[in-house]
Design a protein around this ligand. Structure first.
Ligand SMILES: [Zn+2]
Length: 266
């Protein structure tokens, strides 16, 4: 990415912040707990980091999630659905949520609107009729107004965006129509990967963020299966975090779409 592009993107988001068109939901519905969904950006070799992750690695991760009894959301690249369908069936059959991380791991700003539209179509075409996906996480966390419009057009229910401000720990809904939600994420394992964190550092990085959340917050925390596979220290820190959170009653943990349903039903 060039400096000019970076400048443009920064400017774009600053402008959007001046005219907020997401509205924070009624916090009453979320009172008394810290609500966290764990998500994975499942992309294997299609993100450019080919670390030799195998189906067995994915099975092991799913076994671990079973052992702590936490249901998670998998933002999966469409090409994985085509090439590694067994892992996708396993994700669904074990009660996790299948969601989109685009068909070919592309983000707005890097490609034209036309290409982005095609990408949505490609994803739709490979899904069997029984699989419906409701959630979306854009690669690199990049989003634009036209991307949101496309998500609405394609009947998505929510997307996940990177929160820039401390106050961004509640979901909002779009003013351009009801029942489309935006869920904030407070970060993923990228800093741990870049900083080569050990187990304790990884654990502390996330637990400190979580403990700063106000009551009733609803946020995501993200991981990349390939990061967990390539760095065992980060994997151990991740396991320690989830084991802790699974037994603490102050956290409510479920898939992002289950939170969506809780907020829109009843
Ligand atoms: Zn990605």
């Amino acid at each position: 990415m060039t400096r000019l592009q970076r400048f443009y993107i920064k400017f774009y988001y600053r402008l959007l912040n001046l005219f907020p068109f997401t509205k924070v939901i009624n916090k009453q519905k979320l009172n008394g707990e810290r609500n966290v969904f764990i998500y994975f950006d499942y992309e294997r070799e299609f993100s450019g980091f080919d670390v030799g992750i195998t189906n067995k690695h994915v099975e092991e991760l799913l076994d671990f999630l079973d052992s702590v009894n936490i249901k998670t959301t998998w933002f999966t690249v469409g090409r994985i659905v085509e090439q590694y369908p067994d892992t996708v069936s396993a994700i669904i059959s074990r009660g996790h949520e299948l969601a989109s991380h685009t068909y070919s791991h592309i983000a707005p700003f890097q490609i034209s609107q036309k290409k982005l539209r095609e990408d949505f179509k490609n994803y739709h075409n490979i899904l069997s009729t029984s699989d419906s996906i409701k959630g979306f996480h854009s690669p690199n966390g990049q989003w634009t107004v036209s991307l949101l419009k496309m998500l609405k057009e394609n009947q998505y229910s929510y997307d996940v965006f990177g929160s820039k401000r401390e106050s961004d720990c509640f979901p909002g809904y779009l003013k351009i129509g009801s029942k489309y939600f935006r869920f904030p994420t407070i970060g993923d394992d990228w800093p741990a990967y870049i900083g080569n964190y050990n187990k304790k550092e990884t654990y502390n990085y996330f637990i400190n963020k979580i403990n700063c959340l106000p009551e009733g917050a609803l946020v995501g925390i993200g991981f990349h299966p390939w990061v967990l596979v390539i760095n065992n220290e980060i994997y151990e820190g991740f396991k320690m975090l989830l084991r802790d959170m699974a037994v603490e009653r102050e956290y409510k943990m479920q898939t992002a779409y289950q939170f969506y349903k809780d907020l829109t039903e009843g």
